[in-house]
Design a protein around this ligand. Sequence first.
Ligand code: APR
Length: 241
Amino acid sequence: MLPDDLLAALRNAQHVCVLTGAGISAESGVPTFREAQSGLWEHYDPLDLATPEAFLRNPELVWRWYRWRRELVANAEPNAGHIALARLAGLVPKLTLVTQNVDGLHQRAGSSGVIEFHGNLFEDRCFVEGCIVEPGVEDSVPTCPGCGAQVRPGVIWFGEAIPERALHESFSAAAQCDVFLSIGTSSLVYPAAGLAEIAVKAGATVVEINPNPTGLAALFDHAISAEAGTAMPALLEATWP
Ligand code: APR
């Protein structure tokens, strides 16, 4: 049973800000970042692969890992959680959707204007100039057609800065929204995890949707302890019957 005050806050909201993490893609079969990697990559810690240092140390290994993730995601489908968020955009005056995910599943579910805090798995960039390079199908590390440097996945690695525009748009949405939904994230990685704190300070109604409580749980007005694919359709159905 969802609390009436939450449903009223959502129904009356002029601006809803949503932050999603790997958990919203879990039901699409995409392993969350902190679950043990499966199959071929079970002996690797993502934190040892998703860094510029890892790429410089062993570009072929990092490239192969991202190719494996790209293949996995390309064969995945958006789930009911992604689809509910795409529907939400048509039910509220303004929706800002920020994702930490790089899988593009929100866009494939029909969401537009998605703020990709950590970049996108399907973009490749020149390691030196940072410009976008047309994704090829090479299994080994390609070279930039412009300068000949190695090409890297277009995601934001640990220790790298979040793109300025994504940072600014996300922070201002969190500071201006009436309702903030944090869905499927362990809230461990900043600055993304700081968005909920900004929303709380701004007086928004803050909701966490996650089968497991996170370290920020005490901050939230409401916690829906359920999988996103179940909770999100139910929340929309209860708010706009
Ligand atoms: N529905 C909702 N939440 C779920 C589901 C589900 N079906 N399944 C798992 N979860 C929750 C887990 O309980 C966990 O709290 O999703 C969260 C996933 O946490 P992480 O694996 O830490 O992923 P995330 O929070 O997105 O990580 C943030 O850290 O590792 C970096 O760049 C990486 O973007 C990533 C960032």
